[in-house]
Design a binder for this molecule. Structure first.
Ligand code: F6R
Length: 365
C-alpha cells in the first residue's frame, strides 16, 4: 500500500524518521541514555583484533560509513568489501575476528556466500538484516535487526538509514567495551542519535527545492558526487541512487581524489553534488569545490547553515540541512540525495519502483 504517495520509494523515503525512531528505540535505553543492544554478543569486543564488513550495493555503503565510526570511536581496524570480492579473494580471516554482514533482504547470494566463508574460517559472524526470517539472519551467529519494515521500492532507502543506526550503535557499544569512551562521551553520542529522527524530518522539508532542482539535473548526461570522511560513502550512495532509477550516469568520489583524474570531466554541463556538512573536513572540501567552480562546474552544495555561510563561492544550488553533531550526518544527508534521485527519475519518466534490469533481491551471483 502506497498510502497517498505516487511510488513506494517516496513513501519509504518519508517513513524514515519513523522507522529510524523505531530502530533506535530497540537499541537505546532512553531513560539512562545508554546504548543497549537487543541481544547479548557471543564475543568480547576487547578481544576483536579486526572487523570485516561485507555487503553489496547500498548496504556496502552503510558498511563504509561504519568503518569510520568503528575506527574513530572504538579504535579497531575495519576492512570493508563488497561480497562478490570478499568471497573469492580468500580474505585472511582469523579465528576470533568479527565478520559483519549487512543486507536488507537477507537473501543476497554473494553476501550469503561470504557469510558461509567467514563462518568456515572461524570468525564470529554478525548480520544486520531487515528481514528477520531470511537465510542470512538464520545462518549468522548474531543478528541485529533493522526495523525498517517491508521495503518494496527496488532502490533501498529506509533500510539504508536503519542500517546506519544499528551500525552506529554497535560502534558506540564497541568503543564502550574497549574502554575508549567515557560515560559522558557515551551520553553525548546517544543524545546525538536520539535527535536523528527529528533532524531527518527537517531534512525532508528540502523536498520542494530539490524537486525544482531535479529538472536541471535531468538535463545532465553525467553527474559527479563528492564527499569526505563519512560523507564519501553518501556521495557513492547518491551516485548509485541516481543511476539506478534515472539512468543518468553518475559517479561518487572522495573529494580529495578529484584532482587525481575525475576533474578532467568537469565543464558547464556536469553538475557536481557536494555533500559537505560543516565538520572538521569542511575547509578541505570547500577548496575542492573551488577547483570545480574554476572549471565552470555547476555545484549543488548540501550543507548546514554555517556551511552555506562560510562557503563563499557561487553555487548552482545550496540545500541547507539542519545543524547537527558531526558524527551522525550520514543518516540525515542520505535524505536529500535520495530525494534528488527520486525527483530526477520523475522528470525522466522512468519506472521508479521497478527500474529496468534490477531485482529487489539478488539471489543469484
Ligand atoms: C540499491 C540497492 C542495491 C542493494 C543490494 C544489496 O538501491 O537496493 O544496491 O542494496 O543489492 O541488497 P541487500 O541489502 O538485500 O543485500
Amino acid at each position: 500500500d502506497k498510502a497517498n504517495y505516487r511510488h513506494f520509494m517516496a513513501k519509504e523515503i518519508h517513513e524514515q524518521p519513523e522507522v529510524v525512531g523505531q530502530t533506535l528505540a530497540r537499541y537505546i535505553d532512553t531513560a539512562c541514555q545508554r546504548v543497549a543492544l537487543p541481544v547479548k554478543l557471543p564475543f568480547d569486543f576487547r578481544e576483536v583484533r579486526r572487523i570485516t564488513i561485507t555487503a553489496c550495493g547500498t548496504a556496502s555503503y552503510a558498511g563504509s560509513v561504519a568503518k569510520y565510526w568503528f575506527e574513530r570511536f572504538a579504535r579497531v581496524p575495519v576492512e570493508v568489501d563488497v561480497a562478490s570480492e570478499f568471497r573469492y579473494r580468500e580474505s585472511t580471516l582469523q579465528r576470533g575476528d568479527l565478520a559483519i554482514f549487512v543486507s536488507q533482504s537477507g537473501e543476497t547470494a554473494d553476501t550469503l556466500a561470504a557469510l558461509r566463508y567467514a563462518k568456515a574460517e572461524g570468525a564470529h559472524t554478525l548480520a544486520v538484516v531487515n528481514v528477520p526470517t531470511s537465510t542470512i539472519a538464520r545462518e549468522s551467529e548474531t543478528v541485529l535487526p533493522t526495523l525498517a519494515g517491508p521495503e518494496i521500492g527496488v532502490a533501498s532507502t529506509k533500510a539504508f538509514t536503519c542500517q546506519l543506526i544499528v551500525l552506529a550503535v554497535l560502534g558506540v557499544a564497541a568503543a564502550k567495551a574497549r574502554g575508549e569512551l567515557s560515560e559522558d562521551e557515551e551520553i553525548d553520542l546517544v543524545r546525538g542519535l536520539v535527535e536523528i529522527p527529528r533532524l531527518m524530518s527537517a531534512a525532508l522539508t528540502t523536498e520542494p527545492q530539490i524537486e525544482r532542482l531535479a529538472s536541471d539535473i535531468a538535463k545532465a548526461r553525467d553527474v559527479i558526487y563528492l564527499g569526505r570522511g563519512t560523507s564519501f560513502p553518501i556521495a557513492l550512495e547518491g551516485a548509485l541512487k541516481l543511476k539506478e532509477i534515472s539512468y543518468i550516469h553518475a559517479e561518487g568520489y572522495a573529494a580529495g581524489e578529484l584532482k587525481h583524474g575525475p576533474i578532467a570531466l568537469i565543464d558547464e554541463t556536469v553538475p557536481v553534488v557536494v555533500i559537505a556538512p560543516r565538520d572538521r573536513l569542511f575547509e578541505k572540501t570547500v577548496s575542492n569545490m573551488q577547483e570545480v567552480a574554476a572549471r565552470g562546474g555547476n555545484i549543488v552544495l548540501m550543507t548546514d547553515a554555517k556551511g552555506a555561510e562560510e562557503a563563499t563561492l557561487d553555487t548552482f544550488a545550496t540545500i541547507v540541512l539542519p545543524d547537527m553533531p558531526a558524527a551522525f550526518t550520514p543518516m540525515v544527508y542520505a535524505i536529500p540525495v535520495q530525494l534528488l534521485a527520486y525527483h530526477t527519475a520523475i522528470v525522466m519518466g522512468t519506472d521508479v519502483d521497478q527500474p529496468r534490469n534490477l531485482a529487489k533481491s539478488v539471489t543469484v551471483e
